[in-house]
Design a protein around this ligand. Structure first.
Ligand code: DLZ
Length: 163
């Protein structure tokens, strides 16, 4: 990590919900996320992975995880590709709003790790290709938000101290 003050993930328990649609891409996002969590100190046994059919089901899958087990954050991983249909807009917007609302309602950080691209190639480029891996970014965001929440739970430092 570039930021030396980045909080570690030791002792954190992180859920990951992954969509099966465009699985080649979502598997690469999952790999990037899990590797990053482990590199940052999250124990492998504290990473819970669940699969859902498509990105549309990600918020509901995340809600099920939050309500059935104790988690410090949930990462939603998916890949929505603009096709011939208007499914793209409906799915992408529903997932984005669903993740945001779930995080606000439960105060468990819900991380939006969903690629929304015009082509499959663009998605591949962002799942371990020339434009990095959004799964890595999502894992970093999960740790940062979980640490933020721990600080606020303790009523201690200002959130700004995490920057
Ligand atoms: C139906 C659909 C379509 C057309 N495209 C995608 C996509 O690009 N990425 C994705 O994750 N899921 C897609 N789906 C499936 C929906 O997310 C959902 O699983 C189904 O509509 C069933 O609710």
């Amino acid at each position: 990590m570039e930021d030396q003050s980045f909080p570690g993930g030791h002792g954190m328990r992180i859920g990951i919900v992954v969509a099966n649609w465009n699985r080649e891409v979502t598997d690469a996002l999952l790999e990037g996320a899990v590797n990053t969590l482990v590199e940052q100190g999250v124990a492998e046994e504290d990473i819970a992975v669940q699969r859902v059919p498509g990105s549309y089901e990600l918020p509901q899958g995340a809600a099920m995880m939050i309500h059935s087990t104790t988690l410090d954050a949930v990462i939603c991983l998916g890949c929505v590709i603009q096709g011939e249909t208007r499914h793209f807009e409906f799915i992408a917007q529903a997932v984005a709003h669903g993740c945001m609302n779930l995080g606000l309602e439960t105060l468990t950080p819900v991380i939006f790790g969903v690629l929304t691209t015009d082509t499959f190639e663009q998605a591949r480029d962002r799942a371990g290709g020339k434009h990095g891996n959004k799964g890595v970014e999502a894992a970093a965001a999960a740790i940062q938000m979980a640490a933020f929440q721990h600080l606020t739970d303790l009523g201690g430092d200002e959130p700004g101290d995490l920057q």
